[in-house]
Design a protein around this ligand. Structure first.
Ligand SMILES: [Zn+2]
Length: 241
């Protein structure tokens, strides 16, 4: 199983999350929010072979950290995995949407110099703008839309662009998010926690908590848990192969 969007470096206690990654054996994509955090974050999990570190520049930090783009460029060849990147049009961040677009576009252009990038993308209240830029840079890599909240039409556009969707336990507690889950094709679904930010009943989520999503999908799709596991594993294999 997998957690394709986990902020390993931002957990209050690193030992607890590292232990969880180790004992679960789940494939974990450890995302970062600024390029200067990449090296230290990678070091945290260097002894775990089921963990990969992504190079990111979070849209909520873009206006303060756009000066780290040269560092992003110099590290870009070190990893296939890019994120967290994207756009955020919600209150408090919409004011900075222009610089966010400059940063996101710079990253997509840089990734287009490679052929194999996997991108984990934040699109809160900025879905149309994210999809538009992804279509402008068709060679940037394979996008995974994380915690995707959108209309059916937007989901359809994302599917056409070849996007995957990572679904986390916190989404199961939102009717709006469950609606989105119902529109996703099974062959594009992946799992995430977005820990330690996403919480369920006040509890920080750890990679092993993705099992709640597996249970939900088995019920919703009307198939056995083992079949859900097979589907998700196949999706991951196709994505990273
Ligand atoms: Zn995140």
């Amino acid at each position: 199983m997998m957690d394709m969007h986990c902020h390993v470096d931002l957990y209050p206690d690193h030992d607890v999350v590292l232990k969880n990654i180790e004992t679960s054996g789940f494939y974990v994509l450890s995302v970062t929010t600024v390029p200067s955090a990449y090296g230290g974050t990678k070091k945290l999990t260097e002894n775990l072979n089921n963990c990969r570190t992504a190079l990111g520049l979070h849209p909520q930090l873009a206006h303060m950290r756009s000066n780290e783009l040269p560092l992003f460029d110099s590290l870009c060849s070190e990893t296939r995995y890019i994120g967290e990147i994207g756009l955020d049009g919600s209150k408090g961040y919409a004011d900075h949407i222009e610089v966010q677009k400059v940063v996101f576009e710079h990253i997509l252009a840089k990734c287009s110099e490679y052929t194999d990038k996997v991108l984990t993308i934040h699109s809160l209240n900025a879905v149309d703008a994210v999809l538009e830029l992804l279509n402008t840079y068709p060679d940037a890599g394979t996008p995974i839309l994380h915690w995707f909240l959108a209309t059916k039409k937007q989901v359809e556009k994302a599917i056409v662009r070849g996007c995957y969707f990572s679904v986390g336990p916190a989404m199961l507690h939102s009717n709006r998010a469950k609606k989105v889950i119902s529109w996703l094709p099974r062959e594009r679904v992946l799992l995430e926690t977005d820990g330690p930010f996403a919480k369920v009943k006040g509890q920080i989520q750890f990679p092993s908590d993705v099992e709640a999503v597996v249970d939900y999908l088995a019920e919703f799709w009307g198939i056995p848990i083992s079949d859900v596991n097979t589907t998700l594993r196949t999706n991951l294999k196709l994505l990273v192969s």
